[in-house]
Design a protein around this ligand. Structure first.
Ligand code: NAD
Length: 426
């Protein structure tokens, strides 16, 4: 399989997330002068599984969906990573996302490896019952490789705490007892953690504040543009508005809204909750997602999906800081352009690590059977995000590289160290 992966990656274009991830990995490995054996080992995922999931649809016909789980690395602990439901999921995308989880967990120094799952489906066209059947079958087909000590899924695009509850229940039915620690991002009543739902947004707030301090920008009134209005975009908007940032634009998949004086964020989020879209909101001008990304602002927070900042629009991005809420929103070619233009990029594997950090807290609490208050969760999350930002920042200064390369170097170094002392490939 390695040749097949390389072949696919070589053939693909700038917007293949696996190509982007590999290019950052290669650059960091070169700068670290990584041992060739470790390099050879760490380039590849540990395991890739494709499942064909038969689901009886509401109209009585049977539909077979394709699903993936890629377990990238176990050197530092069980694999950890979300499951995404989307029509355009590809195996390369899941491979890249799984590797990013390995690097992300290592950047914030929590004891997990990386994994990711995806099912090709359009959840917006499916009933709740169809989604439940799909989730339960997908889980059942992966039973042997999931588990609190093996691989722990979490929510990602179009999956939520209800889907995590179904995964947990399906796994538990087969284990013949309740196993809460098999997933994170569950409802609080079923062993979920306080603060998990908003953890990614809260982590983004913390790193954005740190970046403002680094560039001597006053966060109060700093102009912020957010792409995406789901868990990451919506929560970031709420928390950053509360912290004094001025959110001047927001978008969802259908397009965006813009008000240079600042949007009324509680009003926008209320509208979004009621209408499930930002379309038609009257407190701002309509703009496209493309225009939104090029608005002049202090901070641009792409919080929707991959490949939004590419070599095509990177020369026109007009912010001081890119704070990556989504995974892989900037292609490797665009990253070079942003660096040359002196824009500070807080890379996804650091910026959006708040989610997996509180997932780690959830896993710990489930295993202890003892639950923490929201205040404690938020306090511990803040500590980890501040110290990780500072660590990556110091590393970048010391090695004269930008923040993304520094984050990859730090992560790869940690995974390499653990791989070597365990003697994993001996
Ligand atoms: P979500 O499904 O809750 O929301 C996604 C949002 O993006 C929606 O508002 C949707 O309308 C919008 N969107 C989708 N495609 C778009 C496009 N092409 N252009 C503009 N907007 C688009 O998903 P989420 O959980 O908020 O995840 C968003 C991103 O953040 C993903 O890249 C995910 O991997 C990453 N992420 C999520 C978490 C988490 O805890 N949820 C943690 C780390 C990283």
């Amino acid at each position: 399989m390695p040749e097949a992966i390389e072949e696919q990656a070589r053939k693909s274009d700038e917007t293949n997330p696996l190509v982007s991830m590999m290019s950052h990995f290669d650059e960091a490995a070169r700068l670290l002068d990584l041992d060739p054996d470790l390099y050879a080992f760490m380039r590849y995922p540990s395991r890739e599984i494709t499942v064909y999931i038969p689901v009886r649809m509401e109209d009585g016909h049977l539909k077979v969906f394709v699903g993936y789980r890629v377990q990238h690395n176990f050197a530092r602990g069980p694999a950890k990573g979300g499951v995404r439901f989307a029509p355009d999921v590809t195996l390369d995308e899941v491979r890249a996302l799984a590797a990013w989880m390995t690097w992300k967990c290592a950047v914030v120094n929590i004891p997990f490896g990386g994994a990711k799952g995806g099912v090709i489906c359009d959840p917006k066209q499916m009933s709740k019952l169809e989604l439940e059947r799909l989730t339960r079958r997908y889980t059942a087909q992966l039973l042997e490789v999931l588990g609190p000590e093996q691989d722990v899924p979490a929510p990602d695009m179009n999956t939520d705490e209800q889907i995590m509850a179904w995964i947990m229940d399906t796994y538990s039915m087969h284990a013949r007892h309740t196993v809460t620690a098999v997933v994170t991002g569950k409802p609080v009543a079923l062993g979920g953690s306080q603060g998990r739902n908003e953890a990614t947004g809260r982590g983004l707030l913390v790193v954005a504040q740190q970046a403002c301090r680094k560039l001597q920008i006053d966060p109060r009134g700093a102009k912020l543009v957010i792409q995406g209005a789901g868990n990451v975009g919506g929560t970031s908007a709420r928390l950053m508005h509360q912290a004094g940032f001025r959110v001047i634009a927001m978008s969802d998949v259908h397009g965006g809204i813009y008000n240079p004086n600042g949007l009324d964020i509680p009003g926008v989020l209320g509208y979004m909750k009621e209408n499930k879209t930002l379309r038609g909101y009257r407190g701002g001008d309509e703009i496209s997602n493309e225009q939104l990304l090029e608005l002049p602002c202090d901070i641009l927070l792409p919080g929707a999906t991959e490949n939004q900042i590419t070599s095509r629009n990177a020369p026109r991005i007009q912010c001081k800081i890119v704070c990556e809420g989504a995974n892989g929103p900037t292609t490797a070619s665009a990253d070079e352009i942003l660096e040359q233009r002196g824009i500070l990029v807080i890379p996804d594997i650091l910026a959006n690590a708040g989610g997996v950090t509180v997932s780690y807290f959830e896993w710990v609490q489930d295993r202890m059977g003892y639950f923490w208050s929201e205040r404690i969760v938020n306090h511990r999350l803040r500590q980890i995000m501040v110290s990780s930002f500072k660590e990556v920042s110091r590393y970048a200064e010391k090695h004269r590289v930008h923040m993304r390369t520094a984050a990859y170097m730090l992560a790869i170094d940690r995974v390499a160290y653990d791989t070597r002392i365990r003697g994993i490939y001996a």
